[in-house]
Design a protein around this ligand. Structure first.
Ligand SMILES: *[C@@H]1O[C@H](CO)[C@@H](O)[C@H](O)[C@H]1NC(C)=O
Ligand SMILES: *[C@@H]1O[C@H](CO)[C@@H](O)[C@H](O)[C@H]1NC(C)=O
Ligand SMILES: *[C@@H]1O[C@H](CO)[C@@H](O)[C@H](O)[C@H]1NC(C)=O
Ligand SMILES: *[C@@H]1O[C@H](CO)[C@@H](O)[C@H](O)[C@H]1NC(C)=O
Ligand SMILES: *[C@@H]1O[C@H](CO)[C@@H](O)[C@H](O)[C@H]1NC(C)=O
Ligand SMILES: *[C@@H]1O[C@H](CO)[C@@H](O)[C@H](O)[C@H]1NC(C)=O
Length: 503
């Protein structure tokens, strides 16, 4: 019996393995694949911001893709390591400064390298969410993400110079149009959002029809044209951590939810239409301003309108300080997702490489809360890349070996696919006991697929108990337990699965 079941499962998987990764769609507050199994993702951000160092090396924004490097790569070896720990998704930044370094001129070399990276991920069934990263707009405004030309057409020449009103104006290099790195380092990076120049830049970016807004639409149009054929791309996040807009002209924008309604809604509506002209099936991920924590988001509808609820995903970030409670924040966003009819995912939280007991505990608490809301998650950040504030999360940077306490914390047991409707799943980091409860969908051809990192958590083996035992058959390969409905009579049956280490 057992052998037969294994053969059936392996045959079914093989039938799909030869093809590209299954395409995803949104199903209520979850994701689902072409077989209508609910799907869950754990993964990392792969966000390579600019830096002077990388510009000197002449590889702006692109991880090393042809070999492993502890600080800088996203290569085949990285994908093998990550998927071996159950990490099956990345949030990949395609920086606008990399994609369109001059107005109207795309860097096709950069886009081709990103295409290669997406294909490397696809080789192990890893999914990719594409986002346009920015923090504080542009390097020319002491931030990163958008090209200097976009900042130049966005900021009105009459606007008080950077960093007014926070400090006296910085000298600007007449050739590069950049302030010096030493000047930018004088204030905390996030303070620059409160400069008049950035406030104005964001306002112009959001105002549909301005040259800055059209430049950004041009970027997204090309990104979607270029990457839409990859079946492992699970959508596009319009903009990372949008600031409110011109808070000096309209101070009410600082009130939670106001900027969502006044500035981001029309901006997102137009941009999502631009994207859907290229790919009608595009899944669009969207964020509110970062301080909406506990209040409802201010949008009237998901980007483009309620007819796109089932192609929309709320993207939320949680950092302990400034944020305070993952449970409360996730509850607020879950209500938003129900109200909008969208899915949701935790697209940033800190995978803290310091591996202190309190850091590990906080990571686990955040992931426990994500499990409670059946939310996929993406840790920040996978590698140093250029951002020296955080080391590579699962490696020791100096000797390139695994940071094992961090690996143990992120390599959680979880259902990567549920052939049915998921009721609950949870994983206890202390006991390594995993529980899944779901209603069987016998129409799914592919099995429920539970990931468990055997070499990390179950070195002495594991036990699986399924109740009732006659509704599904069990099989396994390394790191995966599969459950297949026994017959159509199983349809709708409630199943409880418990996995734990062998005593
Ligand atoms: C285009 O991208 C490639 C690869 O990242 C880089 O080497 C090159 O300098 C870029 N060109 C421009 C004009 O930015
Ligand atoms: C987006 O807004 C611009 C400027 O108003 C308009 O020309 C364009 O048609 C809009 N695009 C879509 C797809 O709605
Ligand atoms: C995507 O697929 C379509 C249809 O096969 C093809 O016409 C188009 O050139 C492809 N785009 C890219 C960027 O590969
Ligand atoms: C998404 O919702 C629209 C109506 O709002 C519906 O026409 C469409 O069939 C739905 N798509 C899926 C995949 O459920
Ligand atoms: C090097 O790796 C080992 C694990 O193999 C680890 O315990 C040690 O702390 C690492 N050293 C540094 C300096 O990171
Ligand atoms: C990786 O980066 C860290 C911190 O920036 C540095 O100390 C370390 O030497 C680097 N490791 C390698 C192998 O380059």
């Amino acid at each position: 019996m057992r052998c037969a079941a294994v053969l059936v499962v392996v045959a079914a998987l093989a039938a799909f393995a030869s093809a590209a990764p299954l395409k995803m769609h949104v199903s209520g507050q979850r994701f689902a694949d072409e077989d209508n199994r609910e799907r869950f993702f754990h993964g990392m951000n792969v966000v390579n911001k600019v830096s002077a160092l990388m510009l000197v090396l002449n590889v702006p924004y692109v991880p090393v893709i042809d070999h492993f490097d502890v600080n800088f790569s996203f290569s085949q070896e990285d994908v093998d390591v990550l998927t071996g720990f159950g990490l099956n998704v990345i949030r990949l930044s395609i920086m606008m400064d990399g994609a369109m370094p001059a107005q109207g001129a795309f860097n096709e070399t950069y886009l081709s390298l990103m295409q290669t990276l997406i294909e490397i991920a696809a080789s192990r069934d890893m999914y990719v969410m594409i986002e346009t990263h920015q923090d504080c707009f542009s390097a020319s405004l002491c931030g990163e993400g958008f090209p200097t030309w976009l900042a130049q057409i966005a900021v009105d020449p009459m606007t008080p110079a950077l960093p007014l009103p926070l400090a006296e104006p910085y000298a600007i290099d007449p050739v590069t149009h950049m302030p010096s790195a030493a000047d930018c380092a004088k204030l905390d990076w996030s303070d620059y959002q409160f400069t008049a120049a950035q406030a104005d830049a964001y306002q112009k970016l959001y105002t549909v029809g301005t040259p800055a807004n059209q430049g950004f639409s041009d970027h997204w149009r090309r990104i979607v044209q270029r990457f839409k054929n990859n079946t492992n791309v699970i959508g596009y996040e319009l903009i990372n951590e949008p600031f409110a807009g011109n808070i000096y002209k309209n101070p009410e924008l600082m009130i939670p939810s106001v900027a969502d309604r006044v500035n981001l809604q029309p901006f997102y509506d137009n941009l999502s239409n631009v994207i859907r002209e290229q790919d009608p099936n595009a899944i669009i991920w969207f964020e509110s301003v970062t301080w909406d924590d506990f209040v409802p988001m201010g949008f009237e509808h998901p980007p483009g309108g309620f007819q796109y609820s089932n192609q929309s995903v709320i993207s939320l970030h949680y950092y302990f300080g400034p944020n305070v409670s993952p449970m409360n924040q996730f509850a607020a966003r879950y209500s938003d997702a129900e109200r909008y009819g969208t899915s949701l995912a935790l697209t940033e939280f800190l995978i803290d490489p310091s591996d202190t007991p309190s850091a590990l505990e906080h990571m686990s608490k955040t992931m426990d809360a994500a499990d409670k809301y059946q939310m996929s998650w993406f840790g920040w950040d996978y590698k140093v890349f250029e951002d020296t504030t955080y080391g590579p999360s699962i490696w020791w940077p100096t000797n390139g070996t695994y940071n094992w306490p961090v690996v143990e914390t992120v390599a959680r047991t979880y259902p990567q696919a549920v052939a049915g409707k998921t009721f609950h799943y949870s994983y206890d980091v202390a006991t390594r006991i995993f529980i899944l409860e779901y209603y069987v969908n016998a129409a799914c051809k592919l099995p429920t697929d539970i990931f468990l990192a055997e070499d990390v958590h179950y070195q002495n083996g594991y036990t699986v108990s399924v109740n009732p035992s006659n509704v599904v058959t069990q099989s396994s390969i390394k790191n995966h337990v599969y459950l297949t409905p026994t017959s159509s009579a199983s349809n709708g049956k409630f199943v409880t699965v418990v996995i734990g280490p062998t005593k």
